[in-house]
Design a binder for this molecule. Structure first.
Ligand code: FAD
Length: 513
């Protein structure tokens, strides 16, 4: 062969220009790697989903007439890492050229950037997935610069002419967040649709993981519910457009444990298919806009805008932040948080019902929706000051869609404020009242959401004030928190002491929560 081309596990993009022509002199390499299965402790469904999707992709390429080598963990066990595998394969095939697509993760990009191969020329090409090509990322942010997602999003809407009338947003407004913050009424609970689940057999992958002693977390499924082919990803997209998009924005922030479908609600669950690049963000946005145009009575503008905002806005935004700030971003810890994670992060075994539900479903489904990640697990971690490094590892491991470029700015930045405000202008901190407003968790929780002190008081209520008091040097001048601090100062010294004392007791033993 003349050329070897590497396809990483999150580069399953059948629409890439590579695949437009068939060339018998070109060989594609897709490999299950020990370094990828082990760089963090992953949820078992996540590893299964990636490996199954990679295998299906290799199969589809071969069917389309391309030359493909697929290697399982059994085949790659003797290679120390990705570079040694590439070296061996380029020699074995006597190729003169090696090509790879720009990785989205810093770790892999470094590994491939620094690769040298004797007598073989190396080329890196764009992954042709995102709205913003890799080479243009620097136009959008500089290292350390504080960025607002809203401004970025408006720029993207304008540049790509999505939901626009010339330079004006369609409908006259950019933002429908106000309408999009409803909780689920008892009546609305009745009509939550069942999620679309697949049944992909992964028993052989599970035995490979066991055979190679890959340490994973979470509940394994022999029939994996996540999409692993482009056809399945498109089916999930079509399902979303028909059944979930009409209420997507409205219930985006809602949480419930009183519906069997509470784990998925109106969320698309497309993140794995998107991040593995089985679906392109363009295709997803175009399909959603087409569904909205075809059904203007059933889907209002707030729903489609809310969805486009997530993909054109947030998803592209966090990638800009990641690449502008790596590798330093990984080590930021602006609030000096150092507490270890309580062991119940791996079992869900806590009396706080919100945390039990959010962690429990993460372990069961390798999935939690945005508000559970941000305002339940993230908020708790922020308030008690969990060390962002092991917390990142937990988030990076547990979710089926977790890849560092998207996980890190969300966890360390948006949810933990460890970047000191690059991603968000204030910490996403909340007491029990927020959880009570957006969910039905508090009604049956052992703790009382209306109480701040005493043994039964919702821990979040005192931890919230303890957090603000603890960080008043750093956060006290934040204009967006001025009112909150003013409210705290209005309380009597005794009331403040009682709250802080309750928080101290809780902080002394997080295991007991
Ligand atoms: P939907 O609610 O249906 O949203 C549609 C799509 O919008 C998602 O598929 C996703 O591609 C995109 N999106 C929405 N919000 C974000 C966001 N904040 N950042 C990037 N993309 C977004 N997302 C990941 O893909 N991988 C992660 O590892 C990840 N870790 C997160 C960690 C924390 C602490 C937080 C707060 C958020 C994290 N997110 C992550 C973002 C978001 O929570 C998930 O993308 C979303 O929950 C995936 O479910 P869904 O496909 O049903 O999303």
């Amino acid at each position: 062969a003349r050329e070897l081309r590497l396809v990483l596990g999150d580069q399953l993009n059948a629409e890439h220009s590579w695949f437009r022509t068939r060339d018998p002199e070109v060989v594609y390499l897709i490999a299950e790697l020990h370094q990828e299965a082990g760089y963090v402790r992953h949820h078992v469904q996540k590893v299964c989903a990636f490996f199954a999707a990679m295998e299906c992709f290799a199969h589809a390429l071969a069917q389309a007439g391309h030359r493909v080598i697929y290697l399982t963990l059994d085949d790659t066990v003797h290679y120390q890492d990705l570079p040694s595998l590439i070296r061996a394969k380029t020699e074995e095939l006597s190729v003169r050229e090696f090509r790879y697509q720009q990785p989205d993760e810093y770790r892999l990009a470094r590994q491939l950037d620094t690769l040298s191969l004797c007598g073989v020329t190396i080329h890196c090409v764009d992954s042709e997935h995102f709205y913003i090509p890799h080479s243009e990322l620097k136009r959008y942010a500089r290292a350390g610069e504080r960025k607002q997602m809203e401004a970025f999003y408006r720029r993207m809407r304008t540049e790509h002419q999505l939901l626009m009338e010339g330079d004006k947003p369609l409908g006259g407004r950019w933002n429908y967040d106000q309408e999009n913050r409803q909780s689920l009424s008892a009546k609305a609970l009745q009509s939550v649709p069942a999620p679309k689940l697949f049944s992909n057999p992964v028993a052989p992958i599970l035995s490979r993981l066991a055979r190679h002693g890959i340490d994973t977390m979470g509940v394994a499924q022999e029939d994996l519910v996540w999409p692993v082919t482009r056809a399945q990803a498109r089916e999930l997209l079509a399902f979303f457009c028909q059944y979930l998009l009409p209420d997507f924005g409205r219930y985006q922030d809602a949480m419930t444990h009183q519906s069997a479908h509470g784990w998925s609600l109106y969320h698309s669950r497309l993140s794995f298919a998107l991040n593995a690049k089985m679906l392109s963000p363009r295709r997803v946005i175009e399909a959603a806009i087409a569904a909205w145009r075809a059904n203007p009575d059933g889907i209002d503008l707030a729903q489609i805008e809310g969805f486009v905002r997530q993909i054109l806005g947030w998803r592209e935004f966090v990638r800009v932040i990641y690449w502008a700030n790596m590798p330093d971003y990984r080590a930021l810890n602006a609030l000096g948080a150092t507490r270890p994670l309580p062991s119940w992060f791996w079992t869900g075994n806590t009396h706080m019902l919100c945390m039990k539900e959010a962690i429990g479903q993460s372990l069961t489904h390798a999935y939690a929706h945005h508000i559970q990640r941000l305002m339940i697990i993230g908020n708790f971690s922020l308030l008690v000051g969990l060390d962002p490094a092991p917390l990142d590892d937990w988030y990076l491991g547990v979710y089926v869609d977790a890849i560092e470029w998207v996980e890190l700015p969300n966890t360390r930045g948006m949810s933990q404020f460890a970047d000191g405000g690059i991603v968000g202008s204030k910490p996403y901190a909340a007491g029990g009242a927020y959880v009570n407003r957006m969910s039905d968790y508090c009604r049956t929780c052992r703790y009382k959401v209306k109480e701040k002190t005493g043994e039964d008081a919702c821990p979040l209520n005192s931890l919230y004030w303890h957090f603000l008091e603890r960080h008043k040097q750093t956060l006290g001048n934040n204009r967006r928190l001025a009112l909150t601090y003013a409210n705290w100062r209005k309380q009597s010294a005794e009331a403040q002491q009682a709250i802080l004392h309750r928080a101290e007791t809780l902080l002394a033993d997080l295991e007991k929560l």
